[in-house]
Design a protein around this ligand. Structure first.
Ligand SMILES: O=C(O)CCC(=O)C(=O)O
Length: 294
């Protein structure tokens, strides 16, 4: 597996990186987040899942003797941790991440979602999908910044991508998921691709993977016995685009969900103000009937 990724070196994006992003839909920035910052994120992750940053529906009771590992091994992920954690919110607007986004998305960027994955040993991954199916922008500007808190390898369930799959700019057909690798009922139909089109993105702790909202991506089951695969994934888009996002009907239909955080530049819709409606929730294993980890 020696696919030629494009690396953002020393935190500085090059014109080659920008061309690669346009053609293939993702970039890797190694050693982007310092190990001190990673330690801070690890500690905060444990606090969040212990319930020490606020109530989250479905969190299990923590016993006095429970170690962080005892607590975290029950879970896959929490959505919107930035709503209860000032530390996570700080990383949502991380200056170095914002600098890269300003070069590949727009000078004006807003965030609308964070997801904190711990993906404990044995937990299933996310089936093939395109993020814009779930979070529609009006200008196809959606982008994920995937911060590796632990090393991510094929074994513990790193991201997989199909480079260039974002190019048609359309949302592909979805079919029933039959694979035990994934905790989802549906998956993109990837039958038209060859085996070598599926590329693992193995990265070290502190790396950031930037990926386009139309890029086909997935992650497999964590097959290790004792290694978590912790990652903070934040989603961004151009501030010029309105955000018609109702979260699969969870929120009332809207032409522009204003539950956003500005990350750089100016907000053309500042006159509308912002709202605070999204609440943190645990990610479900949709192949099971109850909350995974609860
Ligand atoms: O980290 C993962 O396992 C999946 C992340 C993902 O699919 C996403 O951020 O859209």
């Amino acid at each position: 597996m020696d696919y030629k990724h494009s690396f953002i070196l020393h935190g500085k994006i090059s014109s080659d990186n920008i061309d690669y992003y346009k053609n293939f839909g993702y970039l890797i920035a190694p050693d982007f987040i310092s190990q001190n910052e990673i330690d801070e994120l690890k500690q905060e992750t444990a606090q969040i899942f212990k319930g020490n940053r606020g109530k989250i529906e479905g969190l299990a009771k923590v016993g006095k003797q429970d170690s962080n590992t005892d607590v975290l091994k029950k879970y896959v992920a929490i959505h919107f941790p930035h709503k209860i954690s000032p530390v996570i919110r700080k990383y949502l607007t991380h200056e170095k991440v914002a600098d890269i986004l300003s070069k590949i998305v727009s000078p004006n960027v807003k965030a609308m979602q964070s997801m904190l994955f711990v993906k404990a040993p044995g937990k299933a991954g996310q089936s093939w999908h395109q993020d814009e199916y779930f979070i529609p922008t009006r200008d196809r500007s959606l982008i994920g910044a995937w911060i590796a808190i632990d090393d991510a390898t094929i074994e513990n369930g790193c991201l997989w991508v199909i480079p260039g799959s974002q190019n048609p700019g359309s949302i592909n057909k979805r079919i029933k998921n039959e694979s035990k690798e994934y905790a989802d009922l549906e998956t993109l139909d990837v039958s038209g691709f060859e085996k070598e089109d599926f590329v693992p993105v193995e990265v070290r702790s502190g790396s950031v993977v930037f990926f386009n909202g139309y890029l086909f991506h997935s992650s497999q089951k964590n097959k290790t016995k004792d290694r978590f695969r912790t990652a903070l994934v934040n989603h961004y888009m151009s501030a010029e685009s309105m955000l018609p996002w109702d979260q699969d009907g969870k929120l009332p239909a809207t032409e522009d969900l204003r539950d956003i955080v500005m990350v750089c530049g100016t907000d053309p819709y500042a006159h509308k103000g912002t709202i605070d409606v999204n609440r943190p929730y645990l990610r479900q294993d949709k192949t099971k009937s109850k909350l995974d980890g609860a």
